[in-house]
Write a protein that binds this ligand. Structure first.
Ligand SMILES: C[S@@+](CC[C@H](N)C(=O)[O-])C[C@H]1O[C@@H](n2cnc3c(N)ncnc32)[C@H](O)[C@@H]1O
Length: 454
């Protein structure tokens, strides 16, 4: 039990053991109460410790869902003190990530500029939901915004994500390398022959031991058929003698100003020993770097000295990339929640929430706070991410006991308040995870329930 003595909202957090799930063995928390008062109560213990505040506040659409979403002018007044409290709860290397739509995105960004400082903007992700709103008279909006600010940008970790197709490409290359020397049809002929039923006597004479050239051709054919791959990924289309996948990039001096004289030393072809052509404006790198690249087998030569050498960039060294400003995800979690028996209106998709949790947490014991918990998607995402990453991230969710809409699906399903839905979703998701594949040791699949009492 922790108490606060703030002048405005003194409150005490009381554990509710009967509602907790594996209460003795968990660090996750679900707290019932108004989020401003609860954050004040958390401040003595958690002030300056939260790595990620991830929230999805009411958008002020003027409609009512499972929860009320009609605040008019009062929206900013409601949000401002809560964002100030979030700022105080964040660690110096933490960040806040907020879902919002066109109704309040401008107002929200201005408020964050004031509280967090413009210099701490991390950017806004445009979440493309792929489905324009049907009732629009003006532009049919098909996106929402995810506004991201660091507490102190200079201390925030670099935002990176795994490139989606790298593993598949490396696996394919490794599989093809295993066919080296095997007696097979050359790739072009094999592809053409696959369209006809040709007798063995016609094909047989063409079979020969597979070379690296054949393997590269087969890899190129395969890449062409991978429609979901992006141009940047397709560029890694070559395999070298060691089986490493690479792209060959020009090593020409990039500036208009002429390169120094030492940047014009020709490279010798490794088999003919003759000088290869130097780019017109010289090399991009000084001689020492060129020597290192040569020694590390990072320069690719043509069949003879007539081809200008290029630099190799290995796919295995660029497994991650920056987080782009557009997130395409048209999924809906209505079915997932229906399966869990929790008919909450417009839950955020778990696929979006897990990505946010993955990108914006860094150490394996980071704390994630969501003080507009709704159906508990953020908690579910933390549980899922912990399993994927074998991590020990902790969630703190706050949700008030808001009465569900009159005659809503939630009411028909027997729920009286939103916090009951949060609890049901989390405990049922955990029950489901309990039955899934072997959990990792010490996986925290529980949560303590607390209630703010004033
Ligand atoms: C847009 S919903 C969040 C939905 C959630 N991201 C999900 O995926 O299910 C906003 C939630 O904030 C809750 N809420 C609004 N004002 C609150 C307050 N002052 N304190 C605590 N919860 C509040 C509402 O009851 C509602 O459940």
């Amino acid at each position: 039990m922790s108490s606060i003595s703030g002048p405005e909202v003194p409150g005490v957090l009381c554990e509710q053991p009967a509602r907790s799930v594996r209460g003795a063995h968990t660090e996750h928390r679900l707290i019932e109460g108004d989020n401003l008062a609860v954050m004040a109560a958390l401040m003595p213990d958690l002030g300056g410790t939260i790595k990620l505040v991830y929230i999805d506040p009411p958008y002020n659409t003027g409609k009512n869902f499972t929860y009320g979403d009609k605040m008019g002018e009062g929206w900013s007044e409601m949000m401002h003190p809560r964002l100030v409290a979030a700022h105080q709860l964040l660690r110096e290397d933490g960040a806040i990530v907020i879902h919002i739509d066109e109704h309040e995105v401008a107002q929200l960004t201005l408020m964050l500029d004031e509280i967090f400082g413009r210099e701490n903007r991390l950017g806004t992700i445009v979440w493309d939901k792929g489905n324009p709103k049907g009732d629009a008279k003006a532009i049919a909006v098909q996106h929402e915004s995810i506004v991201c600010f660091a507490k102190d940008k200079s201390q925030f970790h670099p935002l990176q994500q795994d490139k989606p197709n790298v593993e598949a490409m490396l696996d394919k290359a490794a599989a093809l390398m295993k066919t080296m020397g095997r007696v097979m049809l050359p790739p072009d002929l094999a592809q053409a022959a696959s369209r006809y039923r040709l007798p063995e006597f016609a094909l047989g004479p063409h079979r020969r031991a597979r070379t690296l050239g054949d393997i590269n051709k087969a890899f190129g054919h395969w890449l062409k058929t991978q429609r979901s791959f992006r141009p940047g990924e397709r560029a890694y289309a070559k395999i070298d003698t060691n089986g490493a996948v690479f792209q060959a990039v020009s090593m020409a001096w990039p500036n208009k100003k002429k390169a120094p004289d030492s940047y014009f030393i020709p490279l010798k072809h490794p088999t003919t020993g003759r000088a290869c052509p130097v780019p017109q404006r010289g090399w991009r790198n000084p001689p020492a770097t060129m020597d290192r690249l040569l020694a590390e087998n990072r320069i690719v030569f043509g069949a003879d000295e007539t081809t200008q050498p290029r630099r190799k960039y290995f796919l295995s060294e660029v497994r991650t990339e920056g987080v782009p400003s557009i997130l395409r995800d048209g999924s809906s979690d209505d079915r997932r929640l229906a399966k869990l028996g929790v008919p909450f209106d417009h839950p955020k998709p778990l696929s979006v929430a897990t990505r946010i949790v993955r990108w914006f947490t860094h150490q394996s014991t980071d704390i994630v706070l969501d003080f507009f918990a709704g159906s508990g998607t953020t908690g579910h995402a933390v549980l899922a991410e912990n399993r994927t990453r074998r991590a020990g991230l902790r969630f703190v969710l706050i949700q008030r006991a808001e009465v569900v809409g009159e005659k809503s699906a939630a009411q028909r399903a027997g729920f009286q308040t939103v916090i009951e839905m949060t609890h049901a979703r989390l405990s049922r998701a955990i029950a489901q995870m309990d039955t899934e594949a072997e959990p990792c040791p010490n996986e925290d699949r529980g949560f303590i329930v607390e209630r703010l009492q004033s």
